[in-house]
Design a protein. Sequence first.
Length: 257
Amino acid sequence: MGYPKDLLQSRSIIKHGLYALIAPEGLVNNSVPGFENCYVSILGSPRLGASFVDYIITMYEGGKNTRGFGGEEDVETFLYVVDGKVKVSTNEEDHTLTQGGYIYCPPGTKMFMENLEKGDSKIFLYKQTYKPLEGVSKPWLVTGNANDIPEVEYDGIKEMRIQDLLPTDFAFDMNFHILTFDPGACHPFIETHVQEHGAYLLSGEGIYNLDNEWIPVKKNDYIFMGPYVQQACYAVGREKLSYVYSKDCNRDADLKK
């Protein structure tokens, strides 16, 4: 990288417990046991105020995780392939995932991953504690590719579309979605809700309202949105704005913090 040629500066904004914009230029490598020949950056986490942990990982040629990720009886995991080709193995079978491919592993299922590209692959990785629901079956392993899922108009707006990556069954206490805006499109209103999000921008540029502050965002940025933080987006620029994000759902609010 070498010595800087200008003043040090960053677009990143951190408001612990409320929201965060984390630009890719400031990401550092975290040494996480099990990951070999990978550049692992931890994004959202409880230290930031999130109830989950998000990672963006560049898997170099030959990169892998042989120790396994997740697998605890109360931890669920999710992997989305941003770029490249990755093999994900569980105790059930192997899955080869290309760009747009994803896999959800329920509690008790450990995933092992390996880069199959001659170059780099990039993955968005997630884990959180599963919240069971009495009288409802446990969630199951789900895999697919976002490129095979139709886009559905969001709240009747044809310029804004959503894709559900996981079943809406009450067995699942969370979901992953991809939200896509045509240039110039926006949310129908500024949202305020109990759910939190961790979002990774796949394409485009926009202006995001976070806690009533309008902030420029673009491809490869990460956004954490805490509970009750106002949020909405305008897409700007020449290409579609698209991001993949998590959302807690299908459960009542806890009385404890």
